[in-house]
Design a protein. Structure first.
Length: 314
């Protein structure tokens, strides 16, 4: 029997390849006669490792080349970490599936499993903490203005190695990535949303396809998890309403509560000196509307001033 071939576009980092292999395995297990091939693509974000994302273009740096290959027909679908995607998808593409969400929390991590034990409050005075995320930086400094934030970029292994190379106490990473790589031993503290609100869609994979491609969209439809879709679209609507990207510290975390979706969001100054927090609930069917409404409330409550100041400093 002739096999049907499907090509997945993916970044080449170990975590990105794990994510793509995971989707490949699920597709081949579900559809008899389907053969899935991974196509590794290097993105601009993978090449530029010595400059903060906020200074070189933000989230789109990790997806643009993949989306170009998708639109050109070089691949049939792409697998992304949804939090790395811009708030707006390019014309001609669709987010066809959001598989079940992994742990959305951030964590403190160190290669010896010791630095950062006890959480932010327990860090030694003047502790050097590695992260290039303005969202993480703002929330850390809002709690502890004595902390020294040290920029670190690269894949998970590179950032963990920087703990030793740069004499850091720990780095801040996404729990989901370490869980997927089965590298739990380096996690010293998982930060609750109360301690650090996650990035919009953190822990969620996105399966991106060409809009109107009925064959591929039909093959991947079973991957879509209703709860993950509801919370992810709610969070991304909040991000979109604030013009979200890596240049602005924005966080959003939604959970389901019965028939409702509950969202918490924030926008902050990078130094943590000002944080605007909002929260609300709506029916699941109105999740995206809730995200948009809370972004407008955040703007009205001081977010616009933060955004204007950051734009003026850019």
């Amino acid at each position: 029997m002739t096999k049907t071939l499907l090509k997945i576009g993916t970044r080449r980092s170990p975590l990105a390849l794990w994510q793509a292999e995971h989707i490949k395995a699920r597709l081949e297990a579900r559809h008899d006669g389907l053969s899935v091939e991974l196509v590794g693509i290097e993105t601009k974000g993978d090449k530029i490792l010595d400059v903060a994302l906020a200074k070189v273009g933000g989230k789109g740096l990790f997806v643009k080349e993949l989306e170009t290959a998708l639109l050109d027909g070089g691949v049939d679908l792409c697998v992304h970490s949804t939090k790395d995607m811009p708030a707006e998808e390019p014309a001609g593409t669709t987010l066809a599936a959001f598989p079940t969400r992994a742990d959305p929390r951030d964590c403190l991590a160190s290669p010896d499993g010791k630095g950062g034990t006890g959480g932010v409050a327990a860090l030694p005075r003047g502790a050097r903490v590695g992260t290039s995320s303005l969202r993480r930086q703002a929330q850390l400094l809002a709690q502890r203005d004595d902390l020294v934030i040290v920029p670190v970029r690269g894949n998970v292994a590179t950032r963990l190695r920087k703990v030793t190379e740069l004499d850091l106490t720990c780095v801040v990473l996404a729990s989901a990535g370490l869980d997927r790589l089965e590298n739990h031993a380096v996690i010293t503290h998982r930060l609750s949303p109360e301690e650090m609100l996650p990035a919009a869609a953190q822990g969620v994979l996105a399966v991106q396809t060409r809009a109107g491609d009925e064959r591929v969209n039909g093959l991947v439809s079973f991957l879509d998890d209703a709860a993950a879709r509801t919370t992810t679209l709610c969070e991304r609507a909040f991000l979109r309403g604030l013009g979200g990207g890596c240049q602005v510290p924005i966080a959003a975390h939604a959970v389901l509560d019965g028939d409702d979706v509950v969202l918490r969001g924030l926008v902050a100054r990078p130094d943590g000196s000002a944080i605007v927090r909002v929260d609300g609930r709506a029916s699941r069917a109105n999740g995206e509307k809730l995200g948009a409404e809370l972004s407008a409330r955040a703007r009205a409550n001081g977010g616009d001033a933060i955004l204007a100041a950051l734009e003026g400093a850019a």
